[in-house]
Every structure is written in structure tokens, then in C-alpha cells.
Write a protein that binds this ligand. Structure first.
Ligand code: NAD
Length: 487
């Protein structure tokens, strides 16, 4: 596989109109597990280069849309196959720049490959509808066509997976793409772009523009030549994108933050509850839109659950993302680490009791390490339970019964995921019916979803059509209704 390893120099890492380009400046890509390591100085695009990418995408799109289905299918299958074949190597790269442990980095690359393979098959499943007309002698066909040029703006916490679940359907349905990844994770973006480049798409069908949101992102969201913007990131940025695209009637799809609750019911199996909490609250160092940051625990099980959870937290190994046996790596950068400690102070000042963690960790390598952190005796209306914290930190909120647990779960401006641990069919059924979130989990962590079914939230967590599975076509296609009279 040596011929397939990353060849592109970081300085030459913009991909526009089928060519690699340098930018106007570079940014260093620092390994959060070991800040003495710079993974490369990656190119930053200027406004002119973003416009160049938009016009290349506009020019290429009709050719790509007309490309025969089996050719499109083969391109997507090839991208997926290569991601999966190289998941060890690319997983290491992803973990090095993002900080998640290698098994999570590898798993993300594998999952990204599955998104491409899934949408490779969807290329061949584009089947429309036909209807009888209300007018005699007339027939009606309903088909779908590409939207056109799609800008994809993605975050750093799932740098390859979030991009894959957008790029794959965009290409599958005949759109051209301009991808702006987060500036904290450019190496994974360049690696995926190299793989796409090798598939020999018409030049301009796929473009990579690295740079900040305020410059590169801003050009994309204000362009009248872009026909759709698919975004994953924070609510603040999502609001800016909605405000920029609406006056131009550019469609947008926004997947944003959340404040997910995991309910532990009185009758829960404590082991299942603890393992779901560990996976949901602390994997990925809690930097997941689906993380369980609120633990809504019923009176009858509260003390036993908290005791078992603290014991399990004390066994978690924090360390360098590439080291064996590490459960939790560093957080992504110094800014995030400082913000996390501000939240720890806020939770304390609100009256929360620090039950575990809350410490900066000085390990073998200098990095952005902290311990997994648990607060107990917290109230749902405190800011720490209402704002997205994005840290390996969870708060226990004690409740009397199921009614209060569900009301607490729903008492938030977010609505991506929620979960319950229970052995009762009645309890789980009521929860599934009443939880106001896009995804509901029973006896499972709030984080962790499949790739062939819709993903998305309610309230401020999502805006626009769902992502993933067959629902993805709602964003990446436009519907055409054709009427025809036979005589
Ligand atoms: P962010 O909003 O800061 O950045 C996301 C992307 O938007 C980046 O590429 C960034 O450069 C770009 N951007 C920033 N300002 C912009 C602007 N004015 N115009 C255009 N683009 C702009 O988010 P982040 O810190 O990278 O990611 C963390 C956030 O992502 C969290 O809130 C998390 O919950 C959310 N997230 C959501 C999901 C989901 O599916 N709901 C999945 C993963 C992450």
C-alpha cells in the first residue's frame, strides 16, 4: 500500500478544478496528544481561490450528472473500498490530529468507507414515481435531479465521517462539491481528497478549500452560484449560515449542537447504565454532538448508580491517542481545554458537587489532557445543563419518577438524541413516544448510530432535511414533475 500513502505536501493541499494548489498562507496542525509535534503547515485558500473552486464546480456539475450510473457507482465504491482498506493508516492520522484514541479514529475511517459504499448502491436505486393524471390521456412522472453545486462545511470532531455522510450522497445524486473542513483537522481532509482524486472524476466535480470559517466559509455561504449548503457544527455558525443563505433562496441543511440526556430508570440494570454512560459521556473525550452530558437519574437507583459510575470512571486510562489501552485521549486544543475548566468552575459556583475528575493531567507528552469529570446534585436549569459544554464532563440530575425524568429530558432548547436505561417495556415505550429528540435510544448510549437510516435532531439541533440513508436524497436532489399527453 505504499503507493497509496499520503503524498500531497501540506503546503500544496488545496484541491481546485482537479489540481493541487498552494494557498495564501498556512496553519500549523498541532497534535493535541503531543504539542511538540506539528503534523504539517496546511494551505489556506483566499477569496479568489474559493471563487475559482465555485466556478470549477459549476462548470463540472452537468458533466458529472450525465456520467453513466455504473461509472458513478464505481467511483463511490472505489472511495469506500480504499477508506476501509486503509483504515489503520488513516485512523492513526485522524487520531493524531484530532486526539481520539486509535480505535475510535480507525472506526471513524471504516464508517466513512461504509457511507461511500452505501451511497454507491444508492446510485443504482434512483427510482421515481408515476401517477395517473386527473386529466384523461395524460400521464405523470415524478423524478429527481441534482441540486447543482453543493458546499459542504464540516467540524473537527468527526472530520472524516461527517464529511463522508455529506460528500457521498452529494456525488451519488450528481452534484458537484466544494468541501470546507475545519481548520483543526486538515490532514484527514487532504487524505480523503487524495482518495477521491484518484477516482478520476471530471475536473472540478470535487474541490477542497481549506481555511477559516469567517473567510473561506463565509464566501461559500454567501455565494449565489452555490445551490445548497450542508453544514455540521455549532448552533452559532448554523444561525449565520441560515441567515446568509435564506436571502438567496439557497437550500441549507444544518446539523448542530445538543445537550443530550440519558435517563437511568429505577429498574435499570446498573452495569448497562454505567457502560452506556461511559461510552456516551466520555468516549471521544465527550466531544460529540450526541454525548450524554445530562444524566437524569431516578431516586431509587441514584446512589448505587453514582457509586458504580465513579468506580468505573476511576479505571479509565487517559493518554496519548496512539497508545495501547488508552480509553480517552486529549481534548482537541488549548482553547477547548480552557473552556472546559471554565465550565467546571461554573458548575461548582452553581452549587454542583464534583464527584470525580476535574483535573488537568500532566502526562508523558505535553498535551491537552484532563480527567473525565462528573458533577452530582445539579439542577437542569443551570447553565452547565443548558449550554453545550463539549467536554468529557457529565452532570447528574436527580428526579423522582419517569414523568419528571422525561420532562427534564425535554426541558432544553436542543433535541438531537436522548436515551433511557430500563428493563420495563412500558417505561421504554412511554419514553420513545414522549422524548422530543430526533434519535431515541433504549438501553444504549446516546452516541452511536447506524449509517443506513436517518440521522438528525429537533429544535436548535437541526434545521432542514435529515441526513443519511434514503432520507439524504431530500437535500441532495430536486423533484421534477413531468406531465405528458400521449395524443
Ligand atoms: P463550528 O461551528 O465552529 O465549525 C464548524 C465548521 O463551520 C468549520 O468548518 C468552521 O470553519 C465553519 N465555520 C465557522 N464559522 C463559519 C462561518 N461564519 N461561515 C461558514 N463556515 C463557518 O463547530 P466545530 O467547533 O468545528 O464543531 C463542534 C460543533 O459541531 C459542536 O457544536 C457539535 O455539537 C457540532 N456537531 C454536530 C453534529 C451533528 O450531526 N449534529 C456532529 C458533529 C458535531
Amino acid at each position: 500500500m505504499t503507493t497509496q500513502t499520503q503524498r500531497i505536501q501540506a503546503e500544496n493541499s488545496l484541491y481546485i478544478g482537479g489540481e493541487w494548489q498552494t494557498g495564501v498562507s498556512t496553519v500549523a496542525n498541532i497534535n493535541p496528544s503531543d504539542i511538540s509535534q506539528n503534523l504539517g503547515n496546511f494551505a489556506q485558500a483566499d477569496t479568489a481561490q474559493v471563487h475559482q473552486a465555485i466556478s470549477a464546480a459549476k462548470h463540472a456539475q452537468p458533466t458529472w450528472e450525465k456520467t453513466p450510473l455504473e461509472q458513478k457507482q464505481a467511483v463511490l465504491q472505489g472511495i469506500g473500498d480504499e477508506l476501509i482498506a486503509r483504515c489503520d493508516e488513516l485512523g492513526r492520522l485522524l487520531s493524531s490530529e484530532e486526539g481520539k484514541p486509535f480505535l475510535e479514529g480507525r472506526g471513524e475511517i471504516y464508517r466513512a468507507g461504509q457511507f461511500f459504499q452505501y451511497f454507491a448502491a444508492e446510485v443504482l436505486r434512483q427510482i421515481g414515481d408515476s401517477a395517473a393524471s386527473v386529466r384523461p390521456g395524460v400521464s405523470v412522472e415524478v423524478t429527481r435531479e441534482a441540486v447543482g453545486v453543493v458546499a459542504i462545511i464540516s467540524p473537527w470532531n468527526f472530520p472524516t465521517a461527517t464529511a463522508a455522510w455529506k460528500i457521498a450522497p452529494a456525488l451519488a445524486f450528481g452534484n458537484s462539491v466544494i468541501w470546507k473542513p475545519a481548520n483543526l483537522t486538515p490532514a484527514s481532509a487532504v487524505a480523503l481528497t487524495e482518495i477521491i482524486h484518484r477516482q478520476g472524476l471530471p475536473a472540478g466535480t470535487f474541490n477542497l478549500v481549506l481555511g477559516s470559517g469567517s473567510e473561506v466559509g463565509n464566501v461559500l455561504i454567501n455565494s449565489t452560484e452555490v445551490n445548497g449548503v450542508s453544514f455540521t457544527g455549532s448552533v452559532d455558525t448554523g444561525r449565520k449560515i441560515a441567515a446568509a443563505t435564506a436571502p438567496n433562496f439557497v437550500r441549507c441543511q444544518l446539523e448542530m449542537g445538543s445537550k443530550n440526556a440519558l435517563i437511568v430508570a429505577d429498574d435499570a440494570d446498573i452495569n448497562i447504565a454505567v457502560e452506556a454512560t461511559i461510552a456516551g459521556s466520555f468516549s471521544g473525550a465527550g466531544q460529540k454532538c450526541t454525548a450524554s452530558s445530562r444524566l437524569v437519574v431516578m431516586d431509587g437507583i441514584h446512589d448505587a448508580y453514582v457509586e458504580a459510575l465513579i468506580k468505573r470512571m476511576s479505571e479509565l486510562k487517559v493518554g496519548h491517542a496512539l497508545k495501547d489501552g488508552v480509553f480517552m485521549g486529549p481534548v482537541v486544543d488549548g482553547k477547548q481545554l480552557d473552556a472546559n475548566f471554565d465550565w467546571i468552575d461554573t458548575a461548582r459556583q452553581s452549587g454542583g458537587e464534583l464527584a470525580f475528575g476535574g483535573e488537568r493531567l500532566n502526562l508523558e507528552h505535553e498535551g491537552f489532557y484532563m480527567s473525565p469529570t462528573l458533577f452530582i446534585n445539579t439542577k437542569n436549569d443551570w447553565s452547565v445543563n443548558q449550554e453545550e459544554v463539549f467536554a468529557p464532563m457529565a452532570s447528574v440530575i436527580r428526579v423522582a419518577d419517569l414523568e419528571e425524568a422525561i420532562a427534564t429530558t425535554n426541558d432544553t432548547r436542543f433535541g438531537l438524541t436522548s436515551g433511557i436505561i430500563t428493563q420495563s417495556l412500558r417505561t421504554s415505550t412511554l419514553f420513545k413516544q414522549q422524548a422530543q429528540t430526533g434519535c431515541v435510544m433504549v438501553n444504549l448510549p446516546t452516541a452511536g448510530t447506524d449509517y443506513h437510516v436517518p440521522f438528525g435532531g429537533r429544535k436548535e439541533s437541526s434545521f432542514g432535511p435529515r441526513e443519511q440513508g434514503q432520507y439524504a436524497k431530500e437535500f441532495y436532489t430536486v423533484v421534477k414533475t413531468a406531465y405528458q399527453r400521449a395524443y
